[in-house]
Design a protein around this ligand. Sequence first.
Ligand code: NAI
Length: 287
Amino acid sequence: MTIKKVCVIGSGTMGSGIAQVTAQAGYETIMVDTKQEFLDRGLSKIKASLGKFVEKGKMSAEESDKALAGLKTSVDIRNGAQDADYVIEAVFERAEVKLPIFAQLEEVCRKETILASNTSGIPVSLLASATDRPDRVIGTHFMNPVPLMRGVEIVKSLLTSEETLKVSVDFVQSLGKETVVVKDSPGFVTNRIVTLVFNEAAKLLEENLASVEDIDKIEKLSHNWPMGPFELADLVGIDVVVDLLEGIYQQTGWERYKPAPILKRMVEIGYTGRKAGKGFYQLFGQG
Ligand code: NAI
C-alpha cells in the first residue's frame, strides 16, 4: 500500500505537530478541526516551528516553503478524509469525543484507508469498535513536541492486522521517527511510567517537601533529565495529565494512578500549563 495523502484530525498541540512532520516528509497533508480559528492557531505553530528549524540551519527556506505548500486545512471531516490513505486522529483524550470521529471516518474513508489514533491510553480496540475495519485501526502515539521527539509507540490491538502494523511502522519511520511496537493496554509503556512521575511530583508538592523549582532541579541534576517533572507536566498540559491518570485508573483500578487532588484543582482554575500561559511555575513558583 502506498501512502500519498494523510489526514490529521485535530490541530492542537499534537495534531499540528503531526501534520507538520508528515508535510515535512513530503506527504500531501490535510489538517481538520472544528473551527477555522483552531486551524489558524495550529498553522501559526507550524510556521513558527519551521521558522526555528530554518533559523538554526536544520532546514532550508525552500524545504520549509515546500512543507507549507503541501499542507491544507479544512473544517469538514469528509472533505479532509475522503481521499486520504492514512488518517491520524489527535482530538481530546476522551472516548466520547474520539468514538463518533471513528464512526464518521468509517463512513467517509475508502475501505482500505488505515485509521490511526494518537491516543495516550484509550484502548485502540475500543476505538476500532466504532468501525467495520478493526484490522485497519492502530495507535500511533507520537510524543510532544512532535517535530523534535524521535520515539513513537505503535499500538497493536488484538485485531490490528500484520499488514496494518507493517504499513504503519514503515510510514512512521519515513517521518524520521523510531518506533517501538507495544500491546494495547492502558497507558501503553510511556504513560504507565511518566504519569506516575507527574503524580508523585504533585504529591511531593502537596506535602510541601520541596519547591517546584527544587524538585525539578534535583531531578535534572541527579538523573540527567533534560526537564524536571513540573516543566514537563506544564509542557504536556495538566488537563492531559489528569485525563491520562484517570484513564489508566478507571481501566485498571490501580490506586497509584488516582490523580493527586492538586492536579484536578489546577485544571478547574484553568492552570493547564504552557498552552494556557500558566501552570505549576506561575501558581507555586518562587522565582
Ligand atoms: P489539544 O487539546 O491541544 O488539541 C485537541 C484538538 O482537537 C483541538 O484543537 C480541538 O479543537 C480538536 N477537536 C476536538 N474535537 C474535534 C472534532 N470532533 N473534530 C476535529 N477536531 C476536534 O490536545 P493534544 O494535547 O493535541 O492531544 C491530542 C491527542 O494526543 C490526545 O489523545 C492526547 O492524549 C494525545 N497526546 C497528547 C500529548 C501531549 O503532550 N499533549 C502527548 C502524546 C499524545
